[in-house]
Write a protein that binds this ligand. Structure first.
Ligand code: NAP
Length: 279
């Protein structure tokens, strides 16, 4: 890497960021295209977020990704927020044009691109999504526009109900389901696609987010977590088609790369870099 006075700097603001796979993915893409950019992880403590965003202007960074725990809190510090990110209430990508900062959210589109490249159709399908956090909001925003119905379940009933109401303002096909539904054969057998958008599965001793013994080969089961979670392992055993969160991570990055550079991203180079970092 040849850093000079002309090198444009991109990066990621998170806390923690030590384990982020994004630097490897973006730096591989910049190197492959001979673009004079460099991507740096920045560990930003929550109380310093405002100053960190101001530094994008002060240091003339090209743009940054934003990850946990800043995706929602960053909105007030930006000059513009895209319509999607504003609806979702979270930003994962910031672009800087001469000190004017615009926030975008590429997580939901990233998930849809990951499904599409696997040939998984959402149009007309009945979809169950478990979770109502930031990732669920981004993914739900895209799913509800395509699915025939989107069923939402969340541990916290209020947060789940609020997301249902919010999504229904665009699509009108979102329903809340309770604990008994995700444990019931009748309900689960009526679903086509099941998405775990909770953090259950990050730890090996986490409980499953639903009754996986009721899954069968008609189900497509997706997890937003990057690894083969216990849910995905059980679903594979039951004959389901499965998809982990690595594809979403790739495609949200591909979309962010396009926003910053205006150049067609080298998707396969980025995929390989992610795969190497993930091992
Ligand atoms: P978040 O905002 O903290 O939301 C967490 C969600 O998990 C909430 O719905 C929460 O329910 C639920 N949850 C947490 N612990 C639970 C438990 N013990 N039992 C039942 N539900 C529980 O997090 P997030 O940003 O949405 O991220 C969620 C997951 O998506 C993370 O694992 C993250 O790794 C993954 N993710 C992946 C990508 C990607 O590119 N692949 C991008 C973003 C996120 P309550 O509302 O009841 O607390």
């Amino acid at each position: 890497m040849n850093i000079s006075g002309k090198t444009k700097i991109a990066g990621i603001f998170g806390h923690p960021v030590e384990h982020s796979l994004s630097p490897a993915m973006h730096n591989a893409a910049f190197a492959h295209l001979n673009l004079d950019y460099c991507y740096v992880p920045f560990s930003v403590a929550p109380h310093l977020l405002k100053q960190a965003v101001e530094s994008i202007r002060a240091l003339d960074l090209a743009g940054v990704n934003v990850t946990v725990p800043h995706k929602e809190n960053v909105l007030p510090f930006l000059d513009n927020v895209s319509e999607d990110a504003s609806f979702i209430g979270a930003v994962n990508t910031i672009k800087n044009i001469n000190g004017n900062l615009t926030g975008y959210n590429t997580d939901g589109q990233g998930f849809m691109q990951a499904l599409a490249e696997q040939g998984i159709e959402v149009k007309g399908k009945r979809v169950l999504m478990v979770g109502a956090g930031g990732a669920a909001r981004a993914v739900g925003h895209c799913l509800c526009k395509e699915a025939s119905s989107l069923y939402l379940h969340n541990r916290g009933i209020e947060r789940g109900g609020a997301l249902k109401q919010h999504l229904n303002s665009i699509s009108g096909n979102v329903l809340s389901v309770d604990d008994s539904a995700i444990m019931s054969r009748d309900f689960l057998s009526g679903m086509d696609i099941i998405v775990n958008a909770t953090s259950l599965g990050l730890k090996s001793d986490d409980p499953l987010p639903l009754n996986a013994s009721l899954l069968g080969d008609k189900h497509v089961v997706c997890d937003l977590i990057y690894k083969k979670t216990p849910l995905l392992l059980e679903a594979s055993k039951a004959g389901c088609r499965t998809m982990d969160g690595l594809g979403m991570l790739l495609w949200q990055g591909v979309l962010a790369f396009g926003i910053w550079t205006g150049v067609t991203p080298p998707v396969e180079v980025m995929r390989e870099a992610l795969g190497r970092g993930h091992k």
